[in-house]
Design a protein around this ligand. Structure first.
Ligand code: AQP
Length: 342
């Protein structure tokens, strides 16, 4: 058996995922969704709503069901086109859970205990699920079973993609060439959008209920303006990109503005050369964010009006995903010596 190559030999294949774990926020959009949409023509794409990952920490079943549909609608509203990309829900395609089991058996526990996200999410918890520790193996299977070359993610997921290469590489060495080893594609700016209330902490869905932490993608213009106007900055007045931790708040706002306007750093700084203090900076950042999110919010409500159509699109995506991942799972089973059913 040979490594199953992507169907499309010219375009590179992409796999990326997002958890239906809360209100999607501007960091998800800038670090992931925006580039997913922009690369739809150039790449062959698989985008996954990773509900199996979302149950690794405390969750509410009703909220999970609601958030899964909402996230699908948000992604379509952002511009994911079902004629160009495959968008599907992870639990609809059982190869993910099965593939994870096989990969579990080639992954040393010590590799998982080193993961920063595991340490962050488990610290201070009374009880931690086995699923949380196993999260990166499930993610490795998600990516490897699609023979993806690229995984566009925010900086927080870089370590998990590196682990995916380690797990895939170990399987290849033990059982023969099976997997394409992927690379993480992280945006130069916007790979880590920081919290507006604390520019030292990553903007996160899980904290998006905290007032002033995040811009949620479905926030009304007034709410967006309020959150950005309240953003923590510093006591200075220089509006320049900077690595100085003291200036992290201003740097974060400039980064958001840069990605949304698609301008060079030099031009962004020039845009603010006439600004009178951080109030002006915040006002203009709020304006571009509001205009970027306005059509997404409008399209989202149209899509949520027809849930049956949304469910149909998710079923089509799952069929397409199965077509690719099922043969790879069969190949994995054959490699490890399982007798395949006749
Ligand atoms: N602040 C961020 N800046 C840039 N990229 C980000 N991403 C998340 N936050 C930022 C990217 O969004 C994609 C989907 O993320 P996820 O749902 O898989 O989980 P996450 O990385 O853990 O994102 P959150 O928002 O922080 O979710 P919760 O709070 O549920 O854990 C990924 O590509 C991620 O890098």
């Amino acid at each position: 058996m040979t490594v199953q190559e992507p169907h499309d030999t010219i375009r590179r294949r992409v796999f990326s995922g997002v958890q239906p774990s809360g209100d999607p926020q501007l960091g998800n959009y800038i670090g992931a969704f925006k580039q997913w949409v922009e690369n739809q023509d150039a790449k062959e794409n698989f985008f996954c709503i990773v509900d199996l990952h979302a149950i690794t920490v405390d969750f509410d079943p009703d909220a999970l069901r609601r958030q899964t549909r909402e996230l699908a609608a948000i992604l379509f509203a952002c511009g994911i086109d079902p004629d160009k990309s495959t968008l599907f829900v992870q639990s609809h395609v059982t190869t993910h859970a099965e593939g994870c089991w096989i990969l579990n058996c080639v992954t040393p526990v010590s590799w998982l205990e080193r993961m920063t996200q595991y340490k962050d999410k488990s610290t201070g918890q009374e009880s931690v699920s086995t699923g949380l520790l196993d999260y990166p193996v499930l993610m490795a299977g998600d990516i490897l079973m699609y023979s993806a070359h690229e995984v566009p993610v925010g900086d927080d997921q870089r370590q998990h993609v590196e682990l995916t290469r380690d797990i895939g590489g170990r399987f290849n060495r033990l059982f023969g060439e099976t997997f394409v080893l992927p690379e993480a594609i992280i945006p130069e700016v916007g790979g880590r959008v920081m919290g507006l209330n604390d520019p030292n902490v990553k903007m996160s869905k899980s904290y998006s209920h905290i007032r002033g932490h995040a811009v949620r993608l479905l926030d009304e213009p007034k709410e967006i303006q309020r959150s950005i106007m309240r953003a923590v900055t510093d006591s200075g007045n220089e509006i320049l990109f900077s690595e100085d931790p003291e200036k992290a708040g201003v740097n974060n706002l400039l980064g958001i503005y840069k990605v949304i306007t698609d301008k060079a750093e030099r031009d962004v700084e020039r845009d603010f050369a006439d600004a009178r203090g951080y109030g002006d900076l915040k006002r203009r950042v709020a304006e571009v964010v509001i205009e970027e999110l306005r059509p997404i919010r409008e399209r989202y409500y149209e899509l949520m009006d027809d849930v049956a159509e949304l469910d149909r699109l998710m079923a089509v995506g799952a069929d397409q995903a199965r077509e690719v991942s099922e043969p790879k799972l069969e190949e994995m089973k054959h490699r490890v010596g399982f007798v395949l059913p006749g």
